[in-house]
Design a protein around this ligand. Sequence first.
Ligand SMILES: [Fe+2]
Length: 170
Amino acid sequence: MSYLLEDFCEDCSLSLANSEMPQEEIRRSMEKLLSETDFIEKYFSSEAEVGINVIHEDDKTGFQVLTHIYANGKESPPHDHGTSWAVYGQAVKHTDMTIWRRTDNGANENQAIVEPEKTFRLNPTMAGIFEIGKIHSIKFPDGARFLRVTGTNLNKITTRSYNRDECREG
Ligand SMILES: [Fe+2]
């Protein structure tokens, strides 16, 4: 039996309500969903509209499921997701993820000094967790597409991005 977006969203809700490690369960569920060719065809085909689309928002907890469809490759600055966690899962092509760590004492709210800690690649069907407060950056080629679940609507909370050269809040 195929695993549908609706099944995934229900599993996310159950994980958030019952699990001590909900993000890890969501990561595993996401890899299952991304292995479904029908799901990939429906949401990530070459005809999919370029942009970031919310395909589900949970009534109770507010978690969101988003598709990211890109025509052109991009490299983001290091950024966090404020008070939210995020799980990223690759649908088409790949995304290189870099985790950054602060090398200052964290006392200055408006400035951070960061250095790269590790980089890993998400290939199709692979998903990765970014915990609350983690700083990461993403880099992907033309035509890359990925799925993302965030704990809440990131447009409603404060997130920070960091200037790669000066390591200041940008
Ligand atoms: Fe991010």
